[in-house]
Design a binder for this molecule. Structure first.
Ligand code: NDP
Ligand code: DXP
Ligand code: MN
Length: 395
């Protein structure tokens, strides 16, 4: 174990990953310390976290929530940043050497870049920043001489499998996918699914957006792109297999025909802890994996006819340049519309496919290229949603 405490900034502390990270940190006093917490608008949960973790600073990105909660937060003796850009500013908070990037969506991109620019190692849950701007994010990490340590369960597994291996030992990476709540359903039945059904993931309790992504298989598509940037392999050497039990998280096929994998209970506290403590391992915080109790581990091909988003992501990765940013932004808009009852479940893939088809990818030379493509895709997606048939919405 390291003899020095690691100061951690949690971006997205009030979300699913952020709350689990707060628990991991609270259970490792003397080894991990939360020095700053950034949230979107959940001031009540942020205040509760301040009382428990005693950070030096907090941020609330939403100006209204910031106005409402600033007095109570300041009474706790903590520095409070409020409004657009607050999370980005907090990402470079002094006292920290590691930043957990766990804001959802492309909103996490600027704070992630800011953390890297400030020379912090980044424990990355916010896969959308790598999808939208993988070249920029990895270039920024290299320029600053810092590490990106994956938090996403599959990538954490692959990262763990790859420790100590040289690139020429590795033939192919395989990400597992649960298949989501609608695995095995006929395409016709998907027109009637509700957001409540879509966010009910069979194995993980996660935020609404990633849960819907799991249900459409877009999550796996985003993860293929994420793996491309984290591990530097082309799409042709990154595969996906459906594994409904979510016990095997990632597999590395080696050049001599052996395959190594990480198995663990579906519990994000393990990859979060690993990313915060890396290169050391912390003590066990999760249950032992009891394979006899699990019984069967099964594997099957993804059904990309019924769930076309995985193929759309491969297509965007192949097209390159601004195409993945467009895929991601159109998906974010479509998922938000589905959750709000303005789009059917199959409408998510239809919207993303249409926006991607209308896009002429351009090279990414800087952040402006990504932001411009992102804004264009959101406009396109909103216009298509407005012209289309609504869905049942999240009650
Ligand atoms: N949940 C999981 O198990 C996994 C998640 N991930 C990835 O981790 C990321 C977070 O997911 P998850 O925790 O499920 O999401 P949640 O929706 O549960 O949490 C999102 C967090 O981001 C904050 N946030 C949202 N928008 C902004 C903004 N504009 N500025 C600042 N903060 C903002 C929210 O604040 P508030 O609530 O206060 O508004 C909240 O703290 C995603 O990229 C996801 O793909 C990856 C693997 C597993
Ligand atoms: C926990 C995690 O890493 C999620 O990204 C998870 O992988 C989602 O499950 P799916 O495999 O259904 O996309
Ligand atoms: Mn994952």
């Amino acid at each position: 174990m390291a003899d020095r405490e690691t100061g951690v900034v949690i971006l997205g502390s009030t979300g699913s990953i952020g709350r689990q990270a707060a628990e991991v940190i609270a259970r490792m006093p003397g080894r991990l310390r939360a020095v700053a917490l950034a949230a979107g608008r959940d001031g009540a949960r942020l205040l509760e976290q301040v009382r428990r973790l005693r950070p030096e600073a907090v941020a609330l990105e939403d100006p209204e929530a910031g106005r409402a909660w600033r007095p109570a937060l300041e009474r706790e003796g903590v520095k409070v940043l409020v409004g657009p850009g607050a999370a980005e500013e907090l990402a470079a908070w002094p006292g920290a050497t590691r930043v957990l990037s766990a804001i959802t969506g492309a909103a996490g991109l600027r704070p992630t870049l800011a953390a890297l620019r400030a020379g912090r190692d980044v424990a990355l849950a916010n896969k959308e920043s790598l999808v939208a701007a993988g070249a920029l994010v990895t270039r920024q990490a290299a320029a600053a001489g810092v590490r990106i340590i994956p938090v996403d369960s599959e990538h954490s597994a692959l990262f763990q499998c790859l420790q100590g291996r040289s690139p020429d030992e590795v033939e192919r990476l395989v990400l597992t996918a649960s298949g989501g709540p609608f695995r095995g359903w006929p395409a016709e039945a998907l027109h009637r699914v509700t957001p409540e059904q879509a966010v009910r993931h069979p194995n993980w309790s996660m935020g609404a957006k990633i849960s819907v992504d799991s249900a459409t298989l877009m999550n796996k598509g985003l993860e293929v792109i994420e793996a491309r940037w984290l591990f530097g392999l082309p799409a042709s050497r990154i595969g996906v297999v459906v594994h409904p039990q979510s016990v095997v998280h990632g597999l590395v096929e080696l050049a001599d025909g052996a395959t190594v994998a990480v198995l663990a209970p579906p519990d994000m506290r393990q990859p979060i802890q690993y990313a915060l403590c890396y290169p050391e391992r912390g003590p066990r915080l999760v249950e032992r994996l009891d394979l006899a109790a699990v019984g069967k581990l099964t594997f099957e091909e993804p059904d990309t006819r019924t769930f076309p988003c995985l193929d759309l992501a491969y297509r965007a990765l192949e097209a390159g340049g601004t195409a993945p940013a467009v895929l991601n932004a159109a998906n974010e808009e479509a998922v938000a519309a589905f959750l709000a009852g303005r789009l059917s479940f199959p409408g998510i893939a239809e919207t993303v496919a249409a926006v991607l088809a209308a896009h002429r990818p351009r090279p990414v030379t800087g952040l402006d290229d990504v932001l411009e493509a992102d804004a264009w895709a959101r406009d396109q997606a909103r216009a298509r949603v407005a012209a289309g048939a609504p869905g049942p919405g999240l009650r």
